[in-house]
Write a protein that binds this ligand. Sequence first.
Ligand code: NAP
Length: 362
Amino acid sequence: MEKIRCGVLGATGMVGQNYIRLLENHPWFEVTYVAASPNSAGKKYSDAVKGRWQMNTKIPAKVANIVVEDANLVSKAIGKCDFVFSAVELDKTATAALEESYAKNDIPVVSNCSAHRMTADVPMLIPEINESHLKMIDAQRKNRGWKKGFIVVKSNCTTQTYIAPIYALEKAGHKIKTMFLTTMQASSGAGYPGVASLDLIDNIVPFIGGEEEKCETEPAKILGKVADGKLTQDSSIKISAHCNRVPVVDGHTVCVSLEFENKNKKPSKEEIIKIWREFSAVPQELNLPMAPKHPIYYTEEDNRPQPRKDRDTDKGMAITVGRLRECKVFDYRFVSLSHNTVRGAAGGGILNAELLKAKGYL
Ligand code: NAP
């Protein structure tokens, strides 16, 4: 099978490097185009990331010699790739404009950036949860007069950490009313070089700009319904989030307390664990290359999940959940963990692209 040519915008950054690593030997996609800021433009990829390659594997030989282009110049990408992954670090307006310029020029954009997450006609895709939102692509093209191009985004990496266990419970008929979250987020979530080591070693930073709002608002869009080319958000879960940066390299941990709408019919602990363990969805049915075998792993050990030990579960694509117990204030409490730069970023983006290909959009 001839591979689909893809580009990576922001290829030199923390998420971009993970794309380059994870796409090496991908059965469907081949990296043929890399772009970053004007500072990196004109350099060979291996020179552009010299001294800041953060991966534990070598730079793939096929990408090392590709000359990095300026991501702001869409003209450079035309003819060199069939779609792009977007992982640039720019302000919201500039990111939105950059991504639109690609879509307008017939280059679909699979984005990790937050700029278009809340744009009404842009689906925020988590293939295990809302494959039906792909229908928004047709509405988006119609609204904007785009023929081949479109923009699809993925959620924030922290939202990604707790939304699948929540969705699995709701899908099984256990509607959730209130959630309280405390996050412990890895330093790689801030990109490279990210938070200065002297600010983070031996420390916790109890503020991550915009993160609490994202954790509280993104679920409504992810869990929303699409009908007649419109996405209606489901804001029925009231969420309160505390977000903290902790001295962990990779892996976001979230402590969740939740209350069910119908307290008299709340599931037992055993039922909840069964729901999580048996949860399976479209990526598993389609056997997508990046899909985890099981989206949610429940661990019985009292002192798990832990970032160092659990973040790589199932290629770093699974969510690991543990410590489910009753709560004296809400109904239950548990701890959820995912790999922020894999499932929460590049791996999640690749899974989105695989679903798009499987459904004929790429
Ligand atoms: P990063 O390590 O700071 O990398 C930023 C990338 O953007 C680099 O490739 C950089 O190129 C490029 N860039 C910077 N200024 C630019 C400009 N003016 N024009 C074009 N490109 C420019 O950040 P990151 O952590 O990879 O995050 C990238 C995006 O993914 C962000 O939008 C972030 O919110 C999102 N995200 C990150 C994570 C995570 O866990 N890190 C998770 C989910 C989503 P140079 O190297 O040339 O400067």
